[in-house]
Design a binder for this molecule. Structure first.
Ligand SMILES: Cc1cc2nc3c(=O)[nH]c(=O)nc-3n(C[C@H](O)[C@H](O)[C@H](O)COP(=O)(O)OP(=O)(O)OC[C@H]3O[C@@H](n4cnc5c(N)ncnc54)[C@H](O)[C@@H]3O)c2cc1C
Length: 399
């Protein structure tokens, strides 16, 4: 770490040089902070609000190998790029990965797909094909998971699993909490210097050799403020639904009944309900959330009720309490607003723009960032700034 004593009229503070300043405390920022610290980089992270309060705490937490993108009946770029991610995450959960998540228990160790008998068409032979061997397994009724014990159709088991994103972020924060500050970084706080970016933070300043923009939707804003015309970003709106009902059992599954396009009709994850005396709530995405993005919340609830009645007919949905939740996915711009296939890292001018595009792709994001960084500079002391620490956010259904 080196010190720079500036004495111009506008720069009276002493600045410390570090390898990287990360802007944004969602999965991208916290994953990278853990990874880079373990590789010996000096790094600080700045979060404008509470940890995870962008997309990450609203995520369904599925760590998937991309089979849900193969519902057109063929393996796509997206499904292949992501295929190795569940194994990478499992390494981390067992303490063997680049990022240590030991001690973190998944909400569910498996993920399922279910459909009314006879409604899958040619997907039935695709799921049974050699191409998918080892990635998907048709279950006998005796092995249906609890949440599908009253279901009379076909069920497949995938090697995907589900994490509680709040527990995940807490686990990631634990070893690095002294490096995570609460500060909104704006263009006015940033200035390019010969060897990186100067960040003016109240009475203090640091020089970061790399500015890592991991601020989700905030990255687009910051790039604009800084006068960068590219990379361009896109926001994909989602209208998620939270279902509360006294008879819910835990279920982690995509419903594929009567599928008419290559996206699960409903994607279900289950979470502890800390707001009511009911034990579980279901958090619902998939086509329900993408196709419902243009609906107001009253119409979205009507649509959710209709979809649930068709897809999960063994529950009486008249007794349900439904709540809607809007959130945008922040991604690099794609032709016609399509979904990107891989984690995105763009490097320019001592800056890395980082968009994982999916929680599952955090290990891929880490690989791409490491490939673009110079070796770390020598760090002699720990760096402590006179700024407040960033606190943890909470999942949107318990607010
Ligand atoms: C409803 C939903 C469900 C999803 N489900 C899944 C899933 O099941 N599986 C999967 O693989 N992916 C899923 N995803 C995608 C995944 O959640 C996102 O790709 C991922 O969380 C993005 O993380 P991030 O860290 O890039 O951004 P974010 O989580 O949005 O974090 C960005 C952070 O930056 C902060 N920030 C913004 N501007 C500034 C600034 N100027 N200064 C400082 N801080 C700033 C924000 O406050 C925020 O905390 C889902 C996404 C959504 C929206």
């Amino acid at each position: 770490m080196s010190e720079d004593h500036s004495n111009s009229a506008t720069e009276t503070t002493t600045s410390t040089t570090i390898d990287a300043a990360i802007v944004g405390g969602g999965i991208a920022g916290l994953w990278l902070l853990n990874l880079l610290r373990r590789k010996g980089y000096s790094v600080l992270l700045f979060e404008a609000d509470r940890i995870g309060c962008g997309q990450t705490l609203s995520s369904q937490g599925m760590i998937h190998g991309g089979l849900k993108y193969a519902l057109s009946g063929s393996l796509t770029g997206a499904s292949e790029a992501i295929a190795s991610m569940p194994a990478r995450w499992r390494d981390s959960l067992s303490g063997k990965g680049d990022v240590d998540l030991s001690g973190l228990e998944p909400l569910s160790d498996k993920y399922y797909m279910f459909a009314e008998a006879g409604s899958l068409g040619r997907l039935t032979s695709f799921f049974a094909s050699k191409l998918l061997r080892g990635r998907i397994q048709k279950l006998a009724p005796a092995r249906f998971p609890d949440g599908l014990s009253d279901f009379n159709g076909v069920v497949y088991e995938l090697d995907d699993f589900v994490l509680d994103t709040q527990a995940l972020l807490e686990r990631l924060l634990e070893p690095v909490c002294s490096l995570v500050y609460n500060a909104r970084i704006g263009a006015g706080d940033l200035r390019r210097t010969t060897d990186g970016w100067r960040l003016d933070l109240g009475s203090e300043a640091i020089i970061a050799r790399q500015l890592i923009l991991a601020a989700g939707a905030g990255t687009g804003k910051l790039l604009g403020e800084l006068g960068f015309k590219s990379p361009r970003m896109q926001l994909r709106p989602l209208h998620q639904v939270v279902a509360r009902h006294p008879d819910l059992h835990p279920l982690y599954a995509h419903c594929l009944t009567g599928l008419t396009r290559s996206e699960p009709r409903i994607t279900i994850t289950t979470h502890t309900d800390r707001l009511t005396d009911q034990r579980w709530l279901w958090y619902l995405g998939g086509q329900l959330a993408t196709k419902g993005a243009d609906l107001n919340s009253t119409d979205q609830k009507v649509r959710a009720y209709r979809e649930l009645t068709t897809c999960v007919p063994w529950i009486d949905w008249d007794k349900a309490d439904l709540q809607c939740l809007r959130i945008d996915r922040a991604e690099p711009a794609q032709d016609e607003g399509k979904r990107p296939d891989e984690a995105y890292v763009e490097a320019f001018d001592h800056t890395l723009v980082c968009l994982p595009t999916k929680l599952s792709l955090a290990p891929d994001l880490g690989d791409r960032v490491l490939a673009r960084l110079q070796p770390p500079i020598e760090v002699k002391d720990s760096i402590a700034l006179n700024l407040p620490r960033a606190g943890m956010g909470t999942s949107p259904w318990i607010q």
